[in-house]
Design a protein around this ligand. Structure first.
Ligand code: 13P
Length: 248
């Protein structure tokens, strides 16, 4: 399976950053054996699209409806219209701050798919849940409740992002990543049969150029979802390079 490396810019980026986005797209072209994308603020998408050629641009959330009276929201159809080809859905920051539930995540994933976008569904436990020994139960519960009814082809990815590893510099232990990704794969296979093996499982949480090889070598780690280290080409390219070396 080809590795998928996706940058999540979160609430970062203005027109000043368009040259950096172009530099990231150029870096991605140097590592063509890896699938890669940048999920940007919706406000930047259209202008970014014009500078990145065929490099994939995505959104970070969408509404469940195509259009309507939803002040401040952006629909999947709008993301697509602005040039997005994928969307991150159910990021833990939204689950926490916007109180998104698994049922919302599932509905949003369905809406994104209907608009022709690829989808990354995010799941992950908090530190408190891990310390109580509930990590596996929480993550598999989120997975089951957030997944769509059916999957065919490679439009869906799942990102395992332990909340305590996001933006903290604290990376999950390889043995924990091995266990969690193995359990997610087993659940996907159980639910979708052979199609469950086509779903890429990404790791997210303080991935950078120094730890990427170690994480991306773990069985069932099919790529990464990267926050801080995706904001510059200088930090993002070593991760692309690590994934490319493993793709040869
Ligand atoms: P960091 O790479 O900054 O830890 O963020 C991970 C993340 O939340 C990606 O969605």
């Amino acid at each position: 399976m080809r590795k998928l490396i996706v940058g999540n810019w979160k609430m970062n980026g203005t027109s000043r950053d368009l040259p950096e986005i172009a530099a990231i797209a150029a870096a991605a072209r140097r590592h063509a054996s890896v699938d890669s994308a940048l999920c940007l603020p919706a406000t930047l998408m259209d202008r970014a699209r014009q500078t990145v050629g065929d490099f994939a641009i995505g959104g970070q959330d969408c509404h469940i409806s195509d259009a309507g009276a939803h002040t401040g929201c952006v629909s999947a159809a709008m993301l697509s219209d602005a040039g997005a080809v994928l969307a991150i859905i159910g990021h833990s920051e939204r689950r926490a701050a916007q109180h998104e539930q698994d049922s919302d995540v599932r509905a949003k994933a369905k809406a994104a798919r209907a608009a022709g976008l690829k989808v990354i569904i995010c799941i992950g436990e908090t530190l408190e849940q891990r310390e109580m020994g509930e990590a596996l139960k929480v993550v598999l519960g989120q997975l089951q409740m957030s997944l769509p009814d059916a999957v065919t082809g490679d439009w869906l990815s799942v990102a395992y992002e332990p909340v305590w590893a996001i933006g903290t510099g604290r990376v999950a232990e390889v043995s924990d990543v091995l266990d969690m990704h193995g359990a997610i794969r087993a659940a996907l296979a159980d639910r979708f049969g052979d199609e469950g093996f086509k779903v890429r499982i990404l790791y997210g949480g303080s991935m950078n150029g120094d730890n990427a090889v170690q994480l991306l070598t773990v069985p069932n780690v099919d790529g990464g979802l990267i926050g801080g280290a995706s904001l510059t080409a200088a930090k993002f390219e070593p991760i692309l390079s690590a994934a490319a070396a493993l793709s040869k």
